[in-house]
Write a new protein. Structure first.
Length: 273
């Protein structure tokens, strides 16, 4: 990474932190100017993130998602994009704050992630591989959104049950809206992940002779998919509802994170290590 790109990244992290601080203050004091400042700061961060991606494309002559560091960065960019979308379209404040917290965490984790590429890259590199990784990260972003709304559902449920729902929490979406957002996120994430897995398996088995179906990353990805599909089916059949469904989403997201980091580390052929 050049000095210019390093400086750009440090500025992004600082602006991101300031934006989150403004969102936090706005939630308690509800000042229009504070909320607008937070939004414009996060918009500047998004522009800088996008510029960073473009600079990487020009430098490497490929879309930068093939190393763990690049994948984490693209994931953080997607979370910022989602937060801006929710701010403008859904007008939900606390979910935007939590999504930005997640994005900021991954932006800082990216500083410590390895940025080198696995030698297998030269064998696997193709359009299908690019789509596979892109769809995998998109599914992770959708699962992140589901996690955020699951946490909000649990908070809101507890407040209503204990009759502590005050004006401070008035900017939360309703319990039914939170459940809908949580459900829609999973419904979107599952087919995206299925496509990612199919393309990834096709690329690997066609171009790498030593790929095992029991590779840690493959097994981990299928476990994630099975968990979410099972939870969704149980929800559709009425076996779990409301609180249980939200807790299941929270636990499932932790499995996603384990697979994202540990699964890639243990994989014998996966690109990120």
């Amino acid at each position: 990474m050049t000095k210019l790109m390093t400086d750009l990244y440090q500025i992004m992290v600082v602006l991101y932190a300031i934006s989150i601080m403004f969102y936090f203050v706005d939630y308690f004091y509800k000042k229009v100017i504070i909320r607008r400042t937070a939004f414009w700061l996060i918009s500047i961060v998004w522009i800088m993130q996008t510029a960073f991606i473009v600079m990487n494309v020009l430098e490497t002559r490929r879309f930068p998602i093939l190393s763990l560091s690049e994948g984490i960065y693209f994931y953080a960019w997607l979370l910022v994009t989602l937060s801006i979308f929710l701010h403008c379209i859904a007008r939900v404040d606390l979910p935007v704050f939590f999504i930005n917290i997640l994005g900021f965490i991954f932006m800082t984790i990216r500083l410590f992630a390895p940025n080198h590429l696995n030698p297998v890259l030269k064998t696997l590199e193709s359009e299908m591989l690019f789509i596979h990784i892109s769809f995998a990260i998109l599914s992770y972003a959708a699962f992140s959104l589901s996690f955020v709304f699951s946490v909000l559902y649990l908070i809101l449920y507890r407040l209503l049950k204990k009759k502590k729902y005050t004006k401070l929490w008035s900017r939360l979406p309703s319990l039914s809206q939170t459940a809908q957002y949580m459900n829609y996120s999973v419904i979107v994430a599952i087919p995206i992940m299925v496509i990612s897995l199919l393309l990834g398996l096709e690329s690997a088995f066609m171009k790498v002779d030593t790929v095992s179906i029991f590779d840690a990353k493959i097994v981990g990805s299928f476990i994630v998919l099975i968990i979410y599909v099972a939870v969704l089916i149980l929800k559709r059949r009425g076996k779990i509802t409301g609180l249980s469904y939200a807790w299941a989403q929270v636990y499932a997201y932790f499995v996603v994170l384990i697979n994202f980091f540990l699964g890639s580390k243990l994989s014998e052929f996966h690109l990120w290590y």
